[in-house]
Write a protein that binds this ligand. Structure first.
Ligand code: KIV
Ligand code: ZN
Length: 511
């Protein structure tokens, strides 16, 4: 029997720390459900002490997820740990992840604490967390630049205090694979009680080495990897879950362990995270990029046709790539619709939500005769967005665009239920629509990103629009999809404006 490699996903916590990737509670729950479906072992859902919104998000994830452990991160402070304990209280299986920095530069310049004080606080924090749960993880932040002797000392002490998982972060992405693997081997060898804990790693990608460093650690005995979908995360991101999982699976000849991940769910998870965060996946990204399995050169195509394994080390379908398959059409009934949603793992909460989504499916099928899985996913996303508490709601939009004329938009937006109309010219139809909306909302927000992607191919495809807005240091994303990209744009703009209107301030875990 091979060892199990535990997959700890931190898309909802470290991933959310990418500027602009912040997610609402509903969005976190949708991603968490997909992670659960993919059989991720542990979902780090957020930092409950950061804000009431973060607390509510972690709690909401803990309350609905049954098959994965739900974790919250906490600084090594009693008040953070209590908040985290409260947030995960409803989880079928919960974990508290507490951390304190251990590198000389962090201890001296950031914490202004002596090494002795850091050890004392770490031990106190782990003991405090154990009052809430038996499942406690400890991280010496910036371990990659910490003194190995000091790491041995603090880790031995926190194991004695009750930490079952020791996570070794390369917080600033400074390590090289051989060096990081050797660090894990040293810690396992030198810490006398190391057999009482699972060694985990958490690598950042500043030098593009997060996956290589994590895999080197696995070869040296780490049995948990912390990673994120699409490699999302602080600065250059974290190790990409899909790359870790597929490397270990593809190179079973080298690794003495394997994950329990259902790899066929990887592409769906990647799409969901990209669409919610507005962080598009580059086409040449390993595993989940649009070109990851595309063979362009004649020699490669010929080879693959003759014998697939000449140029393919993995099968596209094993990670969830499917050729655009027409799944439903305008004559499909409510049952077929509901069944396909269930097969895709899309859970609509009530019969009312199913009815509303079905009505929108029929409208879509009238405009676009072939409905693909990707269309259903976009429709469900749109439906979920509409079910969120909307302060600003699009009632109608009319846009005139003609050669030689200035584009003009007339929009009706319900503001807290009261309809207001406005019109505006613009450089193009989208610009005119946004200006008209802004003259009602008067947000004062700055547009940071506007992007349109076609969900499937063809000119009748739905366009999925992402808008990123910033105001007073806060950054939010909005999404909208429609076969009419100007309407999709207006929906995404209002979605972002609603988030700006409702979000509470939040703190950063490492500050
Ligand atoms: O990068 C890091 O050190 C972290 C810790 C909180 C584990 O994210
Ligand atoms: Zn991190």
């Amino acid at each position: 029997m091979k060892d199990k490699l535990i997959i700890f996903d931190t898309t909802l916590r470290d991933g959310e720390q990418s500027p602009g990737a912040s997610m609402t509670r509903e969005e976190k729950v949708r991603i968490a459900r997909q992670l659960e479906r993919m059989r991720v072992d542990i979902i780090e859902a957020g930092f409950p002490a950061a804000s009431n919104g973060d607390f509510e998000s972690v709690k909401a994830v803990a309350d609905v997820i049954k098959d994965s452990t739900v974790c919250g991160v906490a600084r090594a402070l009693e008040r953070d740990i209590d908040r985290t304990g409260e947030a995960i209280r409803g989880a079928a299986s919960g974990r508290i992840h507490t951390f304190i920095a251990t590198s000389p530069i962090h201890m001296e310049k950031k914490l202004r604490m002596t090494p002795d004080q850091v050890v004392e606080q770490a031990v106190k924090a782990v003991k405090w967390a154990r009052k809430w749960t038996d499942n406690v993880e400890f991280s010496p932040e910036d371990a990659g630049r910490s003194d190995p002797d000091f790491l041995c000392r603090i880790l031995e002490a926190v194991i004695d205090a009750g930490a079952g998982t020791l996570n070794i972060p390369d917080t600033v992405g400074y390590n090289l694979p051989q060096q990081f693997g050797a660090l894990i081997a040293t810690l396992r060898e030198r810490i006398p009680n190391s057999d009482k804990a699972v060694f985990s790693v958490h690598c950042h990608n500043d030098l593009g080495l997060a996956v290589a460093n994590s895999l080197s650690a696995v070869l040296n005995g780490a049995r948990q990897v912390e990673c994120t979908i699409n490699g999302l995360g602080e600065r250059a991101g974290n190790a990409a879950l899909e790359e870790i999982v597929m490397a270990v699976r593809t190179r079973q000849d080298v690794f003495g362990c394997d994950t329990g991940i259902d790899t066929s769910q990887i592409v769906a998870a990647s799409r969901l995270v990209a669409s919610i965060t507005g962080f598009a996946v580059q086409p040449n990204k390993a595993i989940v990029g649009a070109n990851a399995f595309a063979h362009e050169s004649g020699i490669h195509q010929d080879g693959v046709l003759k014998h697939r394994e000449t140029y393919e080390i993995m099968r596209a379908e094993d990670v969830g790539w499917s050729a655009n398959k027409m799944v439903l059409g305008k004559h499909s009934g409510r049952n077929a619709f509901k069944t396909r949603l269930a097969e895709l793992g899309i859970a609509l909460d009530s019969e009312e939500a199913v009815n509303s989504a079905f009505a929108r499916f029929k409208e879509l099928a009238d405009k676009k005769h072939e409905i693909f899985d990707e269309d259903l996913q976009a429709l469900a996303s749109d439906e979920a967005t509409m079910l969120e508490q909307e302060h600003f709601k699009l009632v109608s939009l009319k846009v005139c665009s003609e050669t030689g004329e200035t584009p003009h938009a007339t929009v009706v937006v319900a503001v807290n239920g009261a309809e207001r109309q406005a019109e505006s010219d613009g450089g193009g139809p989208v610009d005119a629509a946004f200006k008209a909306i802004d003259s009602i909302v008067e947000s004062g927000a700055e547009l940071q990103l506007y992007s349109v992607n076609n969900i499937t191919s063809g000119t009748d495809a739905q366009g999925e629009v992402t808008v990123r807005l910033s105001k007073g240091g806060r950054i939010v994303n909005g999404q909208g999809s429609d076969t009419d990209i100007v309407i999709a744009s207006a929906k995404s703009y209002l979605h972002a404006l609603n988030k700006l209107h409702s979000r509470l301030e939040r703190a950063h875990p490492q500050v």
